[in-house]
Design a protein. Sequence first.
Length: 194
Amino acid sequence: MAEEEIVLLDQAGAAIGTAPKAASHHRDTPYHLAFSCYLVDEAGRVLITQRAHHKATWPSVWTNSCCGHPAPGEGLREAVLRRLRDELGVFAENLTPLLPEFSYRAEMDNGVVEHERCPVVRALYRAPVSGPVRPNPEEVAAAGWRTWDECLELAGRPESSPWYRLQIARLAPLGPPARWPAASEALLPPALGW
């Protein structure tokens, strides 16, 4: 299997090249393309996951449903659906861009940096169409459905990921997940189609 590649970006969000994912995350991680997805069920709950304990970046932290890196030439919808399938074994529908301009830089205690343009997306989970949640242990240590109040509470705890805390701060004023309004796809970075 070919090594996963990430899309490198300039500060305007245009692609300037690619690099191997594993070798690119270090103390001087280049700015690159990613995404975060919040999987929301029909009751308005969000699937919250704990990252696998052996992950190189932010192992064991609690965070949104799934994250990933679009492959070179891959659209956001395709990347989100691929990672939902690979990480959680589910199919989702009605993908909605929420925070297309979200970007962050965070540093782990060991100095490893994450530096991403990371559009945020909501996906709808509808049982039985979506199938049962089956976390891939290579990616996810634990997963569970949380109410919006529980999601807000998690964002105030240190065991949550830095990107989750930043995203929740921007999502909270929008109300509960079922009411989050769609953002314009035109605000996605130039390197990423919908």
